[in-house]
Design a protein around this ligand. Structure first.
Ligand SMILES: N[C@@H](CCC(=O)N[C@@H](CS)C(=O)NCC(=O)O)C(=O)O
Length: 218
């Protein structure tokens, strides 16, 4: 069965699925599209007009990163979700929490004015601090084993580190457990290899084109 992931190179949701595919060492084709000029074939494929979409074989399509990741997890070993239903539900809940933070982070990155920037960063950091309190600080999200939660959070944390390098973010700096978790994730080949080598520069250019306050006030 062939797998093709439809992508936009800067999309954190796509990156979650790329990490999962790389972790599972399964062959797949990555097809990038320009979200500013969505091709007709993509609009025909994607009910919400969003990436990622996973094309399975010639005519089956899945959308929504978490749905894609769960499908991959149920069909390709090793299983990354816990076997216990309650634990699995908790992992899903924290993944949903991470999705909210990706939205906050995006708003913070593209905010042009002080008010929007402050509001988005408060939303983001309040959530990050809550997550920090929930962490044991013991390796990955659930200890020694890499899980779908790790795949879901790595794109968010990768961007936090890039933004922090562009403009120091004291509230990020203070999150010791999350930053240790981040460092472990960034060393993994499936995380490092989930973006192109010029990703930090591409991200910087993207937010610069948006007139981001984050860059203007450096
Ligand atoms: N909930 C979706 C979010 C996907 C998403 O928002 N993708 C963005 C790019 S990062 C997109 O395709 N946006 C295009 C648009 O909204 O027109 C998921 O987890 O897959």
């Amino acid at each position: 069965m062939t797998l093709e992931l439809i992508s936009f190179p800067l999309c954190p949701y796509v990156q979650r699925s790329v990490i999962t595919l790389l972790h599972k060492q399964v062959g797949f084709k990555l097809t990038h599209i320009d979200l500013a000029h969505k091709p007709e074939w993509f609009l025909a494929l994607s009910p919400m007009g969003k990436v990622p979409c996973l094309k399975i074989g010639t005519d089956t399509v899945l959308f929504e990163s978490q749905v894609i990741n769960e499908y991959l997890d149920e069909t390709i070993a090793p299983a990354l979700h816990p076997a216990d239903p309650l634990e699995r539900a908790q992992h899903r809940a924290w993944i949903a929490f991470g999705s909210e933070m990706i939205g906050d982070q995006f708003q913070m990155m593209i905010a042009q004015g002080e008010e929007r920037f402050t509001a988005a960063s408060r939303q983001l950091f309040d959530k990050l601090e809550r997550l920090e309190k929930n962490m044991t600080g013991n390796h990955f999200f659930a200890g020694q084993n890499f899980s779908l939660v790790d795949a879901a959070y790595a794109p968010l944390f990768m961007r936090m580190e890039i933004l922090h390098a562009l403009r120091p973010l004291p509230r990020w700096e203070a999150l010791g457990k999350l930053r240790r978790w981040t460092a472990l994730l960034m060393e993994l080949p499936e995380v490092a290899g989930s973006v192109t080598a010029d990703f930090p520069e591409r991200l910087r250019n993207y937010i610069s084109e948006k007139g981001s306050l984050l860059l203007r006030s450096v």
